[in-house]
Design a protein around this ligand. Structure first.
Ligand SMILES: [Mg+2]
Length: 319
């Protein structure tokens, strides 16, 4: 859809850009959480992706410490590796640094990023630094998967159970003035679900991470897999803190708020029980919130069977 300013939405713009290029001869090219490339050894493949966080667009100087910014820049990229079931290996970092970032602030940024990097066992191997009008951090991350085992968006089949990890809506609520610290921290310091992604390789048929909102990112699995879905919105996992703070808006935040960096998974019914047990043993919260369907419809219904219209998810170029 093109707006009055002659600009289409984010996904149309990406498609229009990519059309200029020949299709790459790789296991998985443009269109998933990561590209999948031939690996350094026969038995493995590389998952590669890139993402930016930009001052005033993804973070404000008032709300985020330099450590928070460094953490989040890496976390949003690691979340895409988690969605592929990849084990992080290395990353490169391009920094655009404005004059307000002095040496002390730059060290803070590095500390926030390096602490998460240590925890995720991913190594910084290169990058670039340039002066700019505003702070922007672009990372390219790579992880490894056994050959043919990457979790893709396209594997969901009718009848597969729909699971989501953790709890939803808190990162969005964390942007609201007066939000409790437990919600704000989900906005500032997202936790990529890397361990769950690795575990899910043995069970899931498709996976995506939630950056733009549950309903919108679930749509990517439906599009890629050629299936529909029925979601029980009353089953969406929400914390008591979110319900108390956000009241009647809690469900909309969970459906479409975005930046949860949780995983949406499709699991064949025959493996669902084993998946739930494996997740529980590893202390990962997973909740079954619906089922994929043959009809292409995406139906969101409440406990009483009444249809719900999810608010629109995030689009960088929405008019
Ligand atoms: Mg993603």
């Amino acid at each position: 859809m093109t707006s009055s300013r002659g600009r289409s939405g984010e996904f149309d713009r990406i498609a229009a850009f990519v059309r200029h290029f020949a299709r790459a001869q790789v296991p998985v090219g443009v269109g998933d959480d990561c590209a999948v490339l031939p690996g350094p050894s026969r038995g493995c493949e590389l998952c590669v992706t890139t993402d930016s966080v930009v001052e005033a667009l993804h973070f404000s100087r008032a709300a985020f410490s330099m450590e928070d910014i460094g953490h989040k820049a890496l976390a949003v990229n690691l979340s895409d590796l988690a969605a592929m079931g990849a084990r992080p290996s290395w990353f490169v970092c391009a920094l655009e640094v404005p004059d307000w970032v002095d040496d002390v602030k730059l060290a803070g940024l590095a500390r926030g990023m390096s602490k998460l990097a240590r925890g995720a066992d991913i190594a910084l191997v290169g990058g670039n630094m340039t002066r700019a009008e505003r702070l922007a951090i672009t990372l390219t991350v790579a992880g490894e998967v056994p050959r043919g085992k990457a979790l893709l968006r396209k594997g969901a089949r009718p009848g597969d159970r729909l699971y989501v990890s953790g709890t939803l809506g808190e990162a969005r609520a964390g942007l609201v003035a007066g939000a409790p610290a437990a919600l704000v921290v989900r906005q500032l310091r997202p936790s990529p679900r890397l361990e769950l992604g690795l575990l899910a390789r043995a069970f899931a048929s498709a996976c995506v991470d939630i950056s733009d909102g549950f309903a919108q990112d679930l749509g990517h699995i439906c599009d890629a897999s050629g299936v529909g879905v029925r979601v029980n919105v009353d089953a969406l996992p929400m914390s008591a803190t979110l319900r108390r703070f956000a009241g009647h808006r809690a469900r909309d935040f969970a459906l479409s708020g975005g930046e949860d960096y949780e995983l949406i998974l499709a699991v064949p019914p025959g493996r669902a029980h084993a998946f739930e047990r494996a997740a529980e043993r590893s202390n990962h919260r997973v909740t079954c919130v619906g089922e994929f369907a043959r009809s292409r419809q995406r139906r969101f219904v409440d406990d009483r069977g009444e249809a719900i219209q999810p608010p629109r998810g995030f689009d960088h170029f929405a008019p």
